[in-house]
Design a protein around this ligand. Structure first.
Ligand code: MG
Ligand code: NI
Length: 472
């Protein structure tokens, strides 16, 4: 079988691509999802003072800078060997809740709702936010309002929307005022009402997606997420837990021990590495992270409304939910959780305490920081010299953890829907839709800093590109 590799114009910022290769019979022979990572980030930071890392790493990604700042600041806390002040921990988690709401709303309303509410096969020129606003104006308005709410939480708590300077090694830059807290609390009920009615609407349309539920990465894998000592969902901190496909807890460990449990497979040098669960090896140790994986991994959310939704989700689809189509459902439950958690944090009197930053020099030559980014576990691991100059860094981003699972999901969807003899746009749309279900941050993965398009190419047995589409 001949194959012509048509790389997108080699762009310095990296790229993401799916190739679907057809065999002689016109059926799918094999597929590949690959992300070309810009090399040299780890090299670039060598020699920089460690305390600059939160601000530097926030620039890795214009989509999820808050998550990078948090993981980075936590790695810096470890290097200083400090316990950050109580108010700082509450504020960091509250900022993170704002980021979850903002990011999950973007994924659901902006990127996936056109597929879900207008249909996978709907007219392509209208299958976008504009088409959504025309057919479902209330939903479109809700999406914008919820996303803005999340952004305002970040602004009010961290000072600046895109690259919040408020998250620093040892804590946060400034305390929260009572009026600042009250302004957010006043807007919370409306944000919660939007989250609840969106979830209710979503539950009514699920039956129309039986085929997607059965074929969108519906497969046994492991799942990983952060949990508290009682096994409840955690977004800002916690131990890393792995749950097996069969349901039992396979491992639970502190972030600093990640390298004992998580292997990174050697891909061609410029490709995103594929992490796997070490005890099972590669690729048997394939696992998923992100909303669905977190809900599978945790025993419960730990807030009342989200726990009621989680119970209903499990009653309908099982204790360990296998289909990656349900990332959408899980994402909506997590919005409810993040809003409930935000309210609890803001109502904690300690959040207004003035002492918000611990200061120290280097007390450890190595530090690991972990947080749940909206898309899944994010690990920052640094080594420094006695003066605090960076010697080495390793980052594992959510899309890296999900790399193997996304590859398998793309293959499953392609085999089921794509038939080279009868090509339809809706088939290729499902291939990109399964990737959108994971909400991968291609910007993070490539270390590109901005939006990275995903290109899908359908290649015939003769190596001819039959079709190509591009989406975020
Ligand atoms: Mg790395
Ligand atoms: Ni990102």
């Amino acid at each position: 079988m001949r194959k012509i590799t048509i790389e997108p114009v080699t762009r310095i910022e990296g790229h993401a691509k799916i190739t679907i290769h057809l065999g002689e019979d016109g059926k799918v022979d094999r597929t590949q999802f690959h992300v070309t990572q810009v090399r040299g980030f780890e090299k670039f930071v060598e020699g920089r003072p460690f305390y600059e890392m939160p601000a530097i790493t926030a620039r890795i990604c214009g989509i999820c800078p808050v998550s990078h700042m948090l993981a980075s600041a936590k790695a810096c806390d470890a290097i200083m060997a400090v316990r950050i002040p109580r108010a700082a921990a509450l504020l960091r988690e509250a900022i993170h809740c704002g980021q979850f709401v903002q990011s999950h709303a973007l994924s659901f309303f902006h990127l996936s709702a056109p597929d879900l509410l207008l249909g996978m096969d709907s007219e392509i020129t209208r299958r976008n936010v504009l088409g959504l606003a025309e057919k479902h104006p209330d939903l479109a308005r809700d999406g914008i309002a919820l996303r803005k709410f999340g952004q305002r939480v970040i602004e009010r708590l961290a000072g600046e929307r895109i690259h919040p300077p408020g998250i620093v090694p040892g804590g946060v830059a400034a305390p929260l005022s009572a009026p600042g807290r009250d302004a957010i609390l006043k807007e919370l009920p409306e944000a919660m009402a939007i989250a609840r009615r969106t979830l209710d609407l979503f539950k009514t349309i699920l039956d129309g997606f039986a085929s997607e539920i059965a074929n969108f990465g519906c497969m046994p894998t492991m799942y990983a997420g952060l949990v508290d000592p009682a096994g409840a969902l955690r977004l800002y901190d916690g131990r890393i837990r792995f749950r097996a496909a069969t349901g039992e807890v396979a491992a639970e460990f502190e972030a600093e021990d990640y390298a004992q449990w998580i292997g990174e497979s050697a891909m061609p040098a410029s490709y995103l590495k594929s992490p796997y669960f070490k005890p099972l090896g590669y690729p048997q140790g394939t696992y998923r992270v992100g909303p669905l994986a977190r809900l599978n991994t945790a025993e419960r959310c730990g807030t009342p409304a989200a726990d009621a939704e989680l119970a209903e989700f499990r009653a309908r689809f099982g204790r360990v939910v296998e289909s990656s189509f349900h990332y959408h459902y899980a994402r909506l439950i997590e919005i409810v959780y993040a809003l409930e958690r935000l309210e609890a944090l803001l109502n904690s009197p300690a959040i207004l305490e003035e002492h918000v930053r611990a200061r120290a020099a280097v007390n450890a030559l190595e530090g690991v920081g972990v947080a749940e980014a909206p898309r899944g576990i994010l690990i920052h691991h640094y080594k420094v010299d006695e003066q605090g100059a960076m010697k080495w860094a390793n980052l594992i981003v959510a899309t890296g953890h999900n790399n193997l699972a996304i590859n398998r999901s793309v293959e499953q969807v392609s085999r089921y829907y794509v038939d080279g003899n009868h090509l339809q746009e809706g088939m290729l749309n499902r291939v990109s839709a399964v990737v959108r279900a994971y909400d991968p941050c291609l910007s993070c993965s490539t270390h590109a800093g901005g939006l990275v398009p995903l290109r899908i190419q359908l290649v015939s047995a003769e190596g001819v590109v039959l079709d190509e589409i591009a989406s975020r």
